[in-house]
Design a protein around this ligand. Structure first.
Ligand code: NAP
Length: 305
């Protein structure tokens, strides 16, 4: 039976294990892919912990993973625009840390030939979340955006998409990510004590918008630097965003956005910054790296080399 990495019950990392799952059959609107690569997102361990079980109830054991890139092996009823043999990436419906995965064609796109499977495996969640947020903020050239968590999976993509639109970006990240964040074209500010003062030195009149990818104090500490009327959105913490006058990012989650981000990668405008690639056998290490909270860029699991 095909191998997958998942968890047997809600809880900590001790619930994680390899599981044999039957090869799934695509339902209406789905395709079955042989997975070349999947990427790790914080949502993976949050789902294992059960934090999302009210909104996304799972049949356990379940495979980890919200996204994958691979080659279509079978097509469900009503699918148009995708055929057996197409190289695609998109949102998985039953996990992605797996040799086979079901992908919903509402949230899938064809992989351009010039984009690797490893890069494509990172676009559905990280880059598309970045893209949706930057679109929502609608900042014009010369506006200043403050991004918290600029060195993580969503952050690296958000910096590049915003810079491409002529926006000036200030990004908070740990000291070890200064070079990474500045290589993307943003001004790096180290989070922690004094972060608001550092931002005010760079943007004395305040920032035009904040895109928060961390939440809690990381957002509270910087919210004071927003100009009056500046939009604040978060992908991480709607409660704290609400306290400071912000909202949850509006996700489009559609094929059009995925196509747009893939084209940015193909054009060399967007590099998802895959910093580590693990084989499926070492999926636990890949997940632990992201669960540790300080990953750089995107962490990928290459399933079929
Ligand atoms: N709603 C959605 O659709 C959606 C989609 C994707 C992601 N998300 C959420 O968005 C958040 C970010 O996701 P991600 O994939 O970018 O996570 P990630 O890859 O784990 O990156 C998080 C980054 O934040 C940095 N960081 C940690 N503490 C920080 C602080 N206090 N201030 C600034 N940076 C800090 C970390 O490294 P350093 O400490 O070394 O700088 C790391 O680079 C997560 O909560 C995730 O669940 C939501």
């Amino acid at each position: 039976m095909p191998k997958a990495y998942g968890f047997t019950e809600y809880g900590g990392s001790d619930t994680q294990t390899f599981i044999d799952l039957p090869k799934p059959t695509p339902g209406p609107g789905e395709v079955l892919i042989t997975v070349s690569a999947t990427s790790v997102n914080p949502a993976d361990w949050k789902m294992r912990e059960g934090y999302m079980r009210e909104f996304v109830p799972l049949d356990l054991p379940a495979a980890f993973g919200l996204e994958a890139a691979g080659t279509i092996e079978a097509v469900g009823d009503g699918v148009t625009g995708f055929e057996i043999g197409d190289e695609v990436f998109g949102r998985t419906t039953q996990g992605g840390y797996s040799e086979y995965a079901l992908v919903s064609t509402d949230t899938a796109a064809l992989k351009p030939a010039g984009v690797s499977f490893n890069d494509a495996a990172t676009l559905t969640v990280g880059a598309a979340t970045a893209y949706d947020g930057i679109e929502e903020l609608g900042l014009g050239r010369g506006a200043t955006l403050l991004l918290t968590g600029a060195g993580g999976g969503v952050g690296v993509a958000a910096v590049q998409i915003a810079i491409h639109r002529g926006v000036t970006v200030i990004g908070t990240a740990g000291a070890r990510k200064k070079d990474l964040v500045e290589s993307l074209g943003a001004t790096h500010v180290e989070y922690g004590a004094g972060v608001a003062d550092q931002i005010r030195t760079i943007a004395p009149e305040g920032v035009d918008a904040i895109y928060d990818l961390i939440g809690g104090d990381a957002l509270r500490d910087v919210a004071v630097t927003a100009k009056s009327g500046a939009k604040i959105i978060t992908a991480a913490d709607p409660v704290t965003a609400g306290e400071v006058g912000g909202t949850m990012v509006a996700r489009k989650n559609d094929g059009e956005v995925l196509d747009a981000v893939a084209r940015l990668v193909e054009a060399g405008t967007l590099d998802p910054h895959v910093t580590e690639i693990f084989p499926l056998d070492r999926a636990s290490e890949a997940l632990a790296l992201v669960e540790g909270g300080h990953a750089a860029g995107k962490i990928v699991i290459a399933v079929t080399p």
